[in-house]
Design a protein around this ligand. Structure first.
Ligand SMILES: [Zn+2]
Ligand SMILES: [Zn+2]
Length: 416
């Protein structure tokens, strides 16, 4: 059974997130997107845990359903912790996803962290000043099947491989706990192909999640499993053994805000080669450039894609449907016109993943404006114009040039 899973989102208790990220809001948008199993997010937050217990019930599978039965979306208990600590004389900032199969396990971890003096209540994604490998032990004590997944591993400031904050290998970070790291999250700024070049990742499962801070972003990246039954155990086994994973759904990594190198304020956007030519220094302000994900991968890459020894999980690059519609019409993604077309397509064809991945040309042309149908098919074929992101600036992906867009006429509706 195809099961689309997103293990990384945040609730409205996290900083800079949408008020709509309630349990009901998450369930609603997961269904619109076509996500079958969605993270609760923020399992360290005491008030959010109370809402989880109030609104969800475990159904015997280790996953959770809405108590009121209003949605078939399944929830899984996952949260993110920012570990900030010093190791081998250097400051480290590492973000990690932790997943458990029971509320009791999540509560047990929270009690231990609170008893140790950490404040979990001020942010859904708390900063915990503890070596992340010790945190891994606490989770495994509470639940032997806990999943520990380094998040967006390449981002410069907050990741296990981050150029500004991290390590050069999983072993350096997790030491004796490394064998319990079964999966990593690529993050928006890298795709699996980039990760296949790093032999340090040969034995872990490459996963993709949305890291959504608003419900509209749910599922912008996700992992597609093929399970006999939808259970936490199936999720655990798949990630541990790299089995029953069909493919990952990927953002174009160039869209990520740390893909290339540069300085946002100086409008300097460099490829790794240009950065090397300038010896890592900004030609405008003379300060070190913020080194992006592409460059960091180049530094740690030690094998060709072909040489990657393990079974590689395929991937499918998408552009979110609202962005496709916005580009087709040449308007902003938040505009009414985009919303109306999006709603019309979803109401008629089902969820967004069906539209992006499965719907036939005939289906699309029956419902969508011709230019939108064409755009969806072009995205599937990878025919795009891309301007990469850098130093916190999101990249842009366009399906059409101005001239191409002008050749499409709006669909004429019959009068009767
Ligand atoms: Zn994070
Ligand atoms: Zn500069």
């Amino acid at each position: 059974m195809r099961t689309i899973v997103d293990l990384h989102i945040h609730s409205y208790y996290s900083r800079a997130t949408s008020k709509k990220l309630t349990i009901a809001g998450i369930a609603k948008y997961a269904a619109i997107k076509g996500v079958d199993v969605i993270a609760t997010g923020d399992i360290t937050h005491p008030k959010w845990m109370n809402e989880i217990e109030r609104d969800l019930e475990e159904d015997g599978s280790g996953f959770f359903r809405l108590r009121d039965g209003s949605s078939s979306v399944l929830f899984t208990l996952f949260g993110e912790i920012a570990s900030v600590y010093t190791k081998h004389g250097r400051g480290r900032r590492v973000h990690t996803l932790f997943g458990v199969s029971s509320i009791a396990a999540a509560r047990q971890v929270n009690k231990r962290l609170t008893d140790a003096g950490f404040n979990l209540a001020y942010d859904g994604r708390p900063i915990v000043g503890m070596d992340v490998k010790e945190l891994a032990k606490i989770y495994l004590d509470a639940d032997p099947d806990a999943l520990i997944i380094p998040a967006h591993i390449w981002t410069p400031w907050f990741a296990v491989f981050g150029s500004k904050s991290g390590f050069d290998s999983l072993e350096e970070c997790f030491e004796e706990m490394t064998p319990y790291i079964y999966g990593i999250e690529t993050g928006l700024s890298s795709d699996p192909e980039m990760n296949w070049r790093v032999s340090a990742l040969n034995n872990v499962t490459i996963l993709s999640n949305s890291d959504a801070h608003s419900p509209e972003k749910i599922g912008r990246e996700a992992t597609v499993f093929d399970w006999a039954t939808r259970t936490y155990h199936a999720l655990y086994q798949s990630i541990k053994n790299q089995t029953d994973i069909a493919y990952t759904i990927e953002f174009y990594p160039e869209e990520g805000k740390y893909h290339l190198d540069g300085h946002r304020a100086c409008h300097i956007q460099f490829t790794p080669q240009q950065t090397a030519k300038h010896k890592g220094v900004c030609p405008k302000c003379g300060l070190p450039l913020v080194v992006g994900v592409m460059n960091r991968v180049e530094v740690l890459a030690d094998q060709t894609i072909q040489a990657a020894p393990r079974t590689k999980i395929p991937f499918n690059s998408i552009v979110p449907l609202p962005e496709i519609i916005a580009d087709s019409f040449g308007v902003g993604v938040a505009s009414k016109k985009v919303h109306t077309e999006f709603q019309k397509i979803i109401d008629s064809l089902g969820n967004e993943f069906h539209v992006l991945l499965d719907a036939s040309r005939a289906e699309l042309e029956r419902v969508a404006q011709p230019i939108v149908a064409e755009a969806i098919l072009r995205v599937r074929a990878g025919k795009l114009h891309i301007n990469p992101g850098y130093d916190g600036v999101f990249g842009t992906v366009h399906v059409f040039t101005e001239a191409e867009r002008a050749t499409f006429q709006p669909k004429q509706h019959a009068l009767f």
